[in-house]
Write a protein that binds this ligand. Structure first.
Ligand SMILES: Nc1ncnc2c1ncn2[C@@H]1O[C@H](COP(=O)(O)OP(=O)(O)OP(=O)(O)O)[C@@H](O)[C@H]1O
Ligand code: SF4
Ligand SMILES: [Mg+2]
Length: 321
């Protein structure tokens, strides 16, 4: 049981896109992240992970996107009700973000030093930049600080983005697929750095990923997202050991574990439906090995201690019956 205090809670957040015809892309998304926790949001491409992350700081494109319901509670306030001026005090300061393409987040014509100095709090000394650079694994920070983005590798740039995000001492770092563009060795360095900062600085991390392997290795809790809904949530170890939702089981079966041969890796048949095709009942129905006629209705909540799912026939119950 994790007794840490809650840092941020999403309560029934729904997002729709479209000017003339509004199409719901996420449906009553709820989860909370504790202080200093490493939390993962996992699901296939198009499930609504980035839309959920962007809804937290109202970063969705306007006009076009609309947060149609819900609350995001942070430090006693609903972020969705704050003015742009109030949100500016939170974005990049108390809640920071890093994305897949580190290069796009940096200014190509400014040195790394200049960009980090701009991100640093006025009251902090320049030594803080050097400290964080060393923390991020740069053994010769002065050389890197004098470089321009095009002179550095993708992994170095992503670590610089993390340093930049940490300078204002955020309590939450949202990392949206931060390692997808990197090769496996560099991916591990960036993930280790994220893990280390949650441990040493108490910064909570919301890792957005399609990779269950990263969840297994790094996350303390996980929410599994499918077609705009959270379908399962719990401690990562428990969810991986005893997945309740057939979708989670499918994601895990597709994961290489060093023992399975290529032919034993099972991909989930079919694709995530497009938002225009979303139904009210279970959206995984067409791909589910366990589907029954009643699954056309909205799935009930099944909860076991700190682990819950929305499904008519959770995996472990069906397998034991
Ligand atoms: N600006 C937009 N206008 C219209 N629809 C959008 C927009 N951005 C996202 N969507 C739709 O919202 C749904 C969720 O997209 P989202 O980017 O959140 O998926 P994701 O889970 O982050 O996928 P990926 O793993 O590929 O990044 C998708 O169907 C997508 O087409
Ligand atoms: S509700 Fe039914 S179709 Fe949906 S995941 Fe559960 S068993 Fe499968
Ligand atoms: Mg995304």
């Amino acid at each position: 049981m994790d007794e840490r205090q809650t840092l941020i809670s999403l309560e029934n957040v729904s997002v729709a896109f479209g000017k003339e015809r509004s199409v719901a892309v996420t449906d009553k998304v709820s989860f909370d992240i504790k202080k200093g926790e490493f939390f993962a949001l996992v699901g296939e491409s198009g499930c609504g992970k980035s839309v959920t992350a962007m809804s937290i700081l109202k970063l969705l494109p306007e006009p076009g996107a609309k947060i149609s319901s819900g609350k995001v509670l942070f430090e006693g306030k609903n972020l969705l009700e704050l003015s742009s001026k109030e949100l500016k005090l939170i974005r990049g300061k108390k809640i920071a973000c890093i994305f897949q393409e580190a290069m796009a987040a940096l200014n190509p014509v400014l040195s790394i030093r200049k960009q980090l100095e701009e991100a640093k709090l006025k009251e902090d000394s320049p030594e803080r930049i050097l400290e964080l650079m060393r923390f991020a694994g740069f053994s010769d920070p002065e050389r890197v600080l004098n470089s321009y983005p095009h002179e550095l590798s993708g992994g170095m740039l992503q670590r610089i983005c993390i340093v930049m995000a940490l300078l204002p001492r955020p309590s939450l770092l949202i990392a949206d697929e931060p390692t997808t563009a990197l090769d496996v060795t560099v991916q591990a360095q960036v993930m280790e750095l994220l893990k280390k900062l949650s441990k040493e600085f108490g910064t909570a991390v919301l890792l957005i990923t399609h990779n269950m392997g990263l969840v297994a290795q790094y996350a303390s809790r996980v929410a599994v997202m499918y077609a705009g809904r959270i379908v399962e949530c719990g401690f990562a170890e428990e969810v991986i050991k005893n997945p309740m939702h057939p979708y989670t089981k499918g994601l895990l079966a597709a994961l290489p574990d060093g023992k399975k041969s290529l032919k034993d890796l099972q991909s989930i048949p079919g694709n995530v439906p497009a938002p225009v095709d979303f139904v009210e009942g279970c959206r995984f129905c067409d791909r589910c090995f366990n589907a029954k006629p009643c699954c056309k209705d909205f799935p009930p909540l099944y909860e076991n201690e700190n682990h819950w799912t929305r499904c008519f026939f959770p995996v472990h119950l069906s397998e034991n019956s």
